[in-house]
Write a protein that binds this ligand. Structure first.
Ligand SMILES: *Cc1c(COP(=O)(O)O)cnc(C)c1O
Length: 410
């Protein structure tokens, strides 16, 4: 084999990030390769929630909006996410979900390019990204959605009526990663605005969207904010004065507590907030950001590349005759922190694997996804996961009937 289990143990011992794993709750006997879907909880998360409920809510009641900083959570938390995506303070607002953030970003972009009537969207975009653009275009009327299949298609689609382009930095299905700088430059050269979805890149490595016009992302994947933790939207400073979005809620008003009858947008990034923040959901997110504050993002990327490369190497060596096809780019530069394989019986294979303690997930029609969150996944986990996958395929354990019945969430 390419590497022995003992060599993986040695790699873990030399890992500069090894201590950070201790900051997370990971059940015994579980190899958790789904941090790209729901990150593991920071150990400090539960106490942070208890503090919010008991001391802030319980101790100060409604006064906590002022005293405990609840009112400003969308902006203070945004400023903590900003360095992870390569931008500065006052450029990121947290709140709602990614789907809603997409409405904010795309509607703002359309307002900034009023004479242009086309939104370019990738067929590979995550479905909700596409659905939200479709609903928005329908509600506004008079817009065309132009679908591309990947960035190779993009230059042909960038006519002078394109207002904005919405793409994911990392493809949720294949883990393929775009060159954000090159694509952003191409889109902007055509006079359009570039909007990046960072759901599968923020927290996986150092993202840099400082040249982009807008971006959105979620915080419950690699950022470990917890189930349903709020999303974020980034707006380039040049667009903040003129940028108006569709969701004109009272928290984005210039003076929410003046209770004026008509909407006037707040200055700066605050106008990209909408309504009462989900305060309790910010507690685990901020517990996670306490960890991120001390993480070396270059080490995160180096480890991510090493983990994903090793997994590809081991799986291809051990599982070669069993119908797996690599869907992720082989070149680590073109890959996020995820590895995907296709298999005609992908669903029962994944269920059998999960039953043996190796948690990945399945995406229709035939994709096995494995996410490698560098903060808590070890080299030895990669080794054990590959060996277990090989066993499931070799023994055809996945043929057991109970693995083929579909659960609601795959
Ligand atoms: C996870 C993910 C979402 C999730 O959207 P929600 O509104 O949080 O349900 C959206 N887009 C992409 C690309 C994702 O990966």
């Amino acid at each position: 084999m390419a590497i022995s289990r003992a060599e993986c143990v040695a790699l873990d011992a030399a890992d500069p990030l090894k201590q950070i794993r201790d900051e997370f709750v990971l059940p015994d006997g579980t190899i958790y390769l789904v941090g790209n879907s729901l990150g593991a909880p920071p150990k400090a998360a539960a106490a942070a929630v208890a503090r919010t409920v008991e001391q802030e809510w319980g101790g100060r009641l409604v006064g906590a909006w002022n005293v405990s900083g609840w009112y400003d959570l969308p902006l203070t938390t945004g400023d903590r996410i900003a360095p992870l995506i390569g931008v500065g303070p006052g450029q990121v607002a947290v709140g709602e979900s990614t789907s809603i953030a997409i409405v904010k970003a795309v509607s703002a972009a359309l307002g900034l390019r009023p004479e242009r009537r086309v939104v370019v969207s990738d067929l590979a975009n995550f479905p909700t990204d596409r659905y939200m653009v479709q609903g928005l275009a329908e509600a506004l009327g008079g817009y065309e959605i132009r679908d591309v299949t990947g960035v190779d298609d993009l230059s042909g689609a960038l006519s002078e009526d394109v207002a904005c382009v919405l793409l994911s930095e990392v493809d949720y299905r294949t883990g393929a990663r775009h060159d954000t700088a090159a694509v952003t430059a191409l889109v902007q050269a055509a006079g359009a605005l570039m909007i990046w979805d960072l759901c599968h890149s923020a927290g996986a490595y150092q993202v840099d969207v400082s040249a982009a016009d807008l971006a959105v992302g979620c915080t419950y994947k690699y950022l470990n904010g917890g189930p349903g933790s709020p999303a974020f939207v980034y707006v380039h400073p040049d667009h903040q004065a003129a940028g108006r979005h569709l969701l004109t809620g009272w928290h984005g008003h210039a003076e929410p507590f003046a209770f004026e009858p008509d909407f006037r947008p707040a200055e700066g990034i605050r106008r990209f907030t909408v309504s009462t923040p989900h305060v309790v959901s910010y507690a685990p997110l901020n517990a996670s950001l306490d960890i991120w504050e001390h993480v070396d993002l270059a080490a995160v990327r180096a480890k991510s590349v090493a983990l994903t490369s090793l997994f590809i190497e081991l799986v291809e060596e051990l599982c070669a005759p069993h119908g797996l096809g690599l869907l992720s780019p082989r070149d680590p530069e073109r890959r996020g922190s995820q590895v995907s394989f296709s298999h005609p019986d992908g669903y029962p294979v994944m269920r059998a694997l999960i039953d043996r303690g190796v948690h990945g997930d399945f995406r229709a029609p035939d994709v096995l996804r494995f996410g490698f969150a560098p903060l808590y996944i070890r080299f030895v986990d990669v080794y054990d996961a590959a060996v277990t996958l090989a066993e499931v395929l070799e023994k055809e354990s996945w043929r057991d009937d109970r693995y083929s019945r579909r659960l609601a969430v795959t």
